[in-house]
Design a protein around this ligand. Structure first.
Ligand SMILES: [Zn+2]
Length: 397
């Protein structure tokens, strides 16, 4: 065990150097399997333990009596014994069967390690967002500074004014732009000055363009016109249910009408189609005058912890407008969509993409593209946190 731990320490040192991770960052973040951001790395110590336990179990539970009764011991040193670990795991599973599954919130097995996550590094445990896996091919593709940034971004260990102040590296913990407390959350989504300067709007529009592009591709896709009118009747033999093939595929909203038009509120002011009079302007409006159907999409790029709240706020905001459309005899849908500003699409994004009929693969790609736009723009906003003037587009973006 001591040898293995030595190997792990050495591996850790090099991984940290490669990925540019500061010493303050807990190693748990590199290996965690249930984390918000999952890297394809595994702990050598853990792999070793798992392998040893597997040997213990396969010998002990062998169908061959000669093997299971032979009393073989799996050697793993004095510090940690595989057979003891297996016994403990088995008895704790038995105990769990007796007391029932007592998990706190969303924490699962092995949640004891959260205790090692001091302060803000564990804030993501409160997120209610689909997790993000970084596979090897992506890890290779990302610049080292980027992955370091991503990790510190998600686990909030970037040198924000507040952190610098706590680490005694800065006199004040204040935002350079507005003078309020400069946390990462403040800089990326809570600063009034950034808001009025249009920094957040600029990021929002970047993500919006990506979303609009996705919808546009779906809109122009050739799909069979209104299928409901001439759907063939399928006869089912007496005593049998509908076979697998005759079951209706989930239809998308877009399929329910032909000739969809789309307007996106970016650049010039969007004019709401002549269904009702309104001063509200959702980010994207899709409608079919012929079939009297309208879809309102509103995008928000909030701080990850604020996705749920943003969703409810936006849903409430457009409820009346949708009702007005319905009162005119139109069929109306409202989709508030959130993409967290650190690049995590909320469930609302996935369900919207499903609703317009995208398959799993294209959904994944579209969500990743939007997440990347948000993350890249946030990275830019972060890098300009000390600069009082803001000129997007000038350098490189
Ligand atoms: Zn500020």
């Amino acid at each position: 065990m001591t040898t293995i731990e030595l190997i792990e320490r050495r591996a850790n040192k090099h991984l940290r150097r490669w990925l540019g991770i500061p010493p303050s960052f807990s190693s748990v973040g590199l290996y965690i399997r249930s984390g918000q951001l999952q890297l394809p790395l595994s702990s050598v110590v853990e792999e070793y333990k798992v392998a040893k336990c597997r040997v213990v179990l396969s010998l002990r539970d062998s169908n061959d009596d000669l093997i299971s009764q032979a009393g073989m011991t799996t050697r793993s040193g004095r510090k940690w014994a595989a057979n003891v670990a297996v016994d403990q795991a088995v008895s704790s599973l038995k105990l769990r069967d007796i007391v029932g599954n007592q998990c706190i919130h969303r924490q699962g097995l092995g949640s004891a390690q959260f205790q090692t996550w001091g302060g803000s590094q564990g804030a993501w445990t409160k997120w209610d967002l689909p997790r993000r896996k970084v596979p090897w091919r992506e890890l290779w593709r990302l610049e080292p500074y980027h992955i370091s940034f991503l990790l510190r971004y998600v686990y909030d260990t970037l040198p924000s004014p507040v952190h610098l102040h706590t680490w005694s590296l800065r006199e004040d913990p204040l935002c350079k732009l507005c003078g309020k407390r400069g946390t990462l959350a403040h800089i990326l989504s809570g600063c009034k000055t950034s808001l009025t300067q249009g920094r957040y709007r600029w990021r929002h529009d970047k993500v919006l363009l990506s979303l609009a592009d996705t919808i546009e591709r779906e809109r122009v896709k050739k799909r069979p016109a209104n299928t409901t009118a001439r759907r063939a009747i399928t006869f089912v033999k007496e005593g049998t249910g509908p076979s697998q093939t005759t079951k209706r595929k989930r239809t998308s909203i877009l399929q329910a009408a032909s000739s969809w038009e789309m307007r996106v509120d970016v650049g010039r002011r969007l004019q709401f189609p002549e269904v009702v009079q309104t001063s509200l302007l959702p980010d994207i409006v899709l409608w079919s005058s012929k079939d009297q159907k309208i879809i309102l999409v509103e995008l928000t790029v909030p701080w990850e912890e604020g996705c749920e709240e943003a969703h409810e706020r936006k849903a409430a905001k457009y409820q009346q407008l949708a009702q007005d459309c319905r009162d005119r005899g139109w069929q109306a849908w409202v989709f508030p969509v959130e993409i967290g500003c650190r690049g995590f699409p909320a469930r609302s994004a996935w369900s919207f993409l499903s609703a317009i009929g995208m398959d799993e693969h294209s959904k994944k790609q579209a969500a990743r593209r939007m997440g990347e736009e948000a993350e890249r723009a946030s990275c830019w906003i972060w890098s300009k946190r000390e600069e009082e003037s803001w000129k997007p587009g000038a350098d490189g973006q």
